[in-house]
Ligand binder design. Sequence first.
Ligand SMILES: *Cc1c(COP(=O)(O)O)cnc(C)c1O
Length: 411
Amino acid sequence: VIDFAALAAEDRCDPLASQRDEFLLPAGVVYLDGNSLGPLTRRAAERVGAVMLEQWGESLIRSWNEHGWIELPRRAGAKIARLIGAAPDEVVVADSTSANLFKVAAAALRARPDRRVIVSEAGNFPTDLYTLEGLLDLLGPGYELRRVEREQLGSALTSEVAALCLTHVDFRTGARHDLAGLTAAAHKVGALAIWDLAHSAGALPVELGAADADLAVGCGYKYLNGGPGAPAFVFAARRLQEELRCPLQGWLGHAAPFEFAGHYRPAPGIDRFQNGTPPILALAALDAALEVWDGLEMTVVRAKSMALTSRFVALVETECAGLGLCLASPRNPAGRGSQVSFAHPEAYAVMQALIARGVIGDFRAPDLLRFGFAPLYVGFEDVGRAVAALREVLATEEWRQEQWQRRATVT
Ligand SMILES: *Cc1c(COP(=O)(O)O)cnc(C)c1O
C-alpha cells in the first residue's frame, strides 16, 4: 500500500513546494512529461500577452530598441548560463537545438582542420546523429561520424578526432555521462567536447565552466518551460569564442548588422552564433519562464529530483511487482538525470491508458514508459498517484482496450 500521508508530509517539508504556483497546470493531472514539453508558466502567459499588445501592438518596430528585443537572445542566454555553470557572455538563445548542433559541430571541425572524425554514441538522440551525418556528408569524402557504444567512448578517442559529441543525459534511460571526465578525455587527444544538454539544463546542476567544456547546445522547451518549439541555446567557452566560426552566417551574427556591409565579419564573442531575426514572441515566453529560476539553487533542485525519482522507483517495484515492468534507468540516482524509464512489452498501450487516467508520461520506442520528474511542480503525492494509476492499468490489464493500441503520430 502507498502511504499517502507520509508523501503529503514530505510535500509539506519541500523547500520548492511553493514553486508549483508558478505553473498553470490543469487540475487533476500528474504531469511527468516536462522532460518533453515543460508546462505553461504564469509569467510566460502574462509576458507574451504584454509583448503582443503593448510592445508589438503599440510600439511596433520601435520595440527592437525601446523594449530591448535585440538584446533578448543574450538576456535569456545569461539566465540559462547560471543554470549550466557558464558565464553570462558564454550563452546565447537562437534557433533550434538541431540547428545549433550543426553550427557548433561545424565550428569544432573548422577549429581542428587536420581532423575529420566526430565521435558520438550509437544511442544518441536521433536528431543529433542525423545532424552530424548531414554535416559530414556535406563536407565530403574522408569525413566520418564514428558511432560507438557507451563503454567504448574512451577508446574511440584518437588523434583523428576533431570532436566528441554527446548528450549528457540519455533521452531513453536517463543515464548520465561524466561530463568533466569525458571532456578531459577529449582534450587529452586534442579534440573538442560538445555537449547536448536537452535533458540537463534545469534538471540537474551542470558545471560547464568547471569541466572546461568547449561547446554545448540545449533545449528551451523541456525543463526550461519555454513553450512548444521554444528557441534553443548555444554555449561556447569564452577562451574559444574568437577562433570559432559559425557556418550559418546570418546577419544577426555579424559584427555590425546595420552597416549592411557586403561581406561577413563575425560578431565578437558568443553573438556570432546568432543567425537570423529571433522569434520574439517565443523568446519572450522563454525569457519569462526563466525568471522562475531566479534565486533557486540547482543543488536544491537536484536533491528533490533524486528523492522523487528514487521514491518512484521504490514504489513501482513494490506496488507493481510481478506486473511485467523492468527498470531501464540507472538504479543509483547519482547516475541518472531527472527521469526514470521502465521497460514493458506493451509500453505504448500502457502509457495511453495511464494518460487517460491523468498521469502523463510518454512512450519511447521500442518498449519504454518514460517519466520525467521536474522538481519545480512535481511533488511526492504526485509520485504516489502515478504509481497507484500504473498499478491499476497493469493489474486490470486496462491497456488491452483497443483504443489504447492505436498509435498517434507523436508519441
Ligand atoms: C529534445 C531533444 C532535442 C530537440 O531538438 P529540436 O531541434 O528542438 O527538435 C535535441 N537533442 C536532444 C538530446 C533532445 O532530447
